[in-house]
Design a protein around this ligand. Structure first.
Ligand code: PHE
Length: 447
């Protein structure tokens, strides 16, 4: 087995894992879901799920990786031969996410270039975004550019690069996001939006809220797809797992929270309190932020810096997605890195094009009533990830037993303060809850 390089420091590890976790999920996806699925209600459900369920699943995945020193497929097989399929199943998730993730990454690059070249006023116009995604060649070109950048990094071999980008650029992104959100709150009419965003209102509560929050949790924390297992395998034995998980979680959730704060109240302000503007969906950030920047002194510069940082956040996540897929292809089919990269790249290009066209010439094609990009998003987040998570809980709860994980957490005599919570969550609460969610999500989609 090839020797795995360890991350150089604990903080380096946290940042690298956070680099994978923090990405478009936080900045693009979280705000549009929060806006659409009940604002404060969504936020509350998300937070509860993050500290109970997200925490337990992340501990389990990282510990599985660190214990075995292997990535998903190998880790499950090593612990119990019958569960190798679970590794394979979790490996399918990044395959589905990666192509459409790069389509959105392409949108970010397009906005960066627009801002750099003085196009902010145009971008703040009402139909700019919809015209852009409805066109054929332009979004596909930006998609190719984004995926090309990702492929180059993965081709050259990665860990160091991710650690460095994460160490310097992610903190900068945090600061900028907080700054912009403070500004956005000063917009006329933003207060109504702020209330909607932070105040839970039981009338907004629905199964869809829980479903959306759950899917978002997996997505945002890169859970239920084997990625954290791989990260765990790179983790040093001396690291305190529980503390690291808490830190990653807080970091990831804080960024999502501020991204929402930067966008949701502003939507409210610009639409004059019109609630239907809240359900814009995937385009929300791209429609709203240029308007925020256009209204702010120095907005062209700040917007440019913002989009380049989002680009890096998206890039580190896309790298971790592609790296996971490439290493699986290398292991499974015994291909070398260049060949695997090329194969994955070509497949992702082919798979990503329909997601892009789904907003334009192919918009008549609506699988299960979704745009093509949303369809893939739904399949991975609301179907496959819950299935993987349920099976992971079952595997940990009843096959290797929670104690195997606790022992790994305590390996160096570290304490495991939330052990009780972890055990109850993994064995009972999470699987029962997830099955309920999965069933209702399938019924929802079919009905
Ligand atoms: N968690 C990343 C984000 O929030 C997305 C991602 C998912 C990255 C899965 C890697 C793996 O953008």
């Amino acid at each position: 087995m090839k020797k795995r390089s360890n991350f150089t420091s604990r903080i380096g590890f946290i940042l690298a894992a956070a680099g994978s976790a923090v990405g478009l999920g936080n900045i693009w996806r979280f705000p549009y879901l929060a806006a659409k699925y009940g604002g404060g209600t969504f936020l509350l459900v998300y937070l509860i799920l993050a500290i109970t369920f997200g925490f337990s699943l992340m501990i389990a995945e990282l510990a599985l990786g660190r214990k075995t020193g292997l990535s998903a497929i190998g880790a499950y097989t090593a612990l119990d031969k019958r569960f190798g399929f679970l590794g394979v199943l979790s490996a399918i998730v990044p395959f589905i996410i990666f192509p459409y993730y790069c389509v959105i990454g392409g949108w970010v690059v397009k906005y960066f270039v627009t801002f750099v070249s003085g196009g902010m006023a145009a971008a703040a116009g009402d139909s700019y975004f919809t015209d852009f995604i409805a066109s054929t060649t332009s979004p596909i070109t930006w998609f190719f550019i984004f995926i090309g950048c990702t492929a180059i990094v993965v081709f050259m071999g990665v860990e160091k690069g991710i650690e460095i980008v994460s160490k310097f650029l992610m903190p900068l992104l945090v600061v900028l996001t907080i700054g912009i959100s403070i500004y956005a709150l000063t917009l006329d009419g933003a207060m109504g939006g702020l209330m909607y965003y932070i105040k839970p209102n039981m009338a907004d509560f629905s199964v869809k809220t829980v479903l959306a929050a759950m899917g978002q949790l997996f997505y945002s924390m890169s859970l239920a797809m084997g990625i954290m297992i791989t990260y765990g395998s790179y983790m040093r034995k001396e690291n305190n797992l529980e503390r690291s998980v808490r830190q990653i979680e807080i970091f990831d959730t804080a960024i999502a929270f501020f991204a929402g704060l930067m966008i949701v109240p502003a939507v409210y302000a610009f639409s004059g309190g019109d609630k239907s503007a809240m359900s814009a969906g995937p385009g929300l950030m791209f429609i709203t932020l240029p308007k925020v920047f256009a209204s702010m002194p120095g907005g062209a510069f700040i917007g440019t810096v913002f989009f380049i940082l989002v680009f890096f956040a998206a890039l580190t996540s896309a790298i971790s997605l592609m790296e996971t897929i490439v290493s699986i292809v290398m292991d499974k089919w015994k291909l070398d890195r260049p060949k695997s990269c090329l194969l994955v790249l070509v497949l992702a290009l082919i798979l990503g094009i329909p997601s892009s066209l789904g907003f334009g010439v192919w918009s008549g094609f609506q699988p299960l009533g979704f745009d093509i990009l949303d369809f893939w998003d739904f399949v991975s987040n609301s179907i496959l990830m819950p299935i993987v998570a349920i099976l992971t809980c079952f595997f940990v709860g009843f096959i290797i037993k929670p104690k195997a994980i606790s022992d790994e957490v305590r390996r160096n005599g570290e304490s495991f303060k939330s052990e009780k919570l972890f055990t109850v969550m993994i064995k009972w609460v999470a699987p029962i809850f997830l099955i309920a969610i999965l069933v209702s999500s399938v019924l929802n989609a079919l009905g």
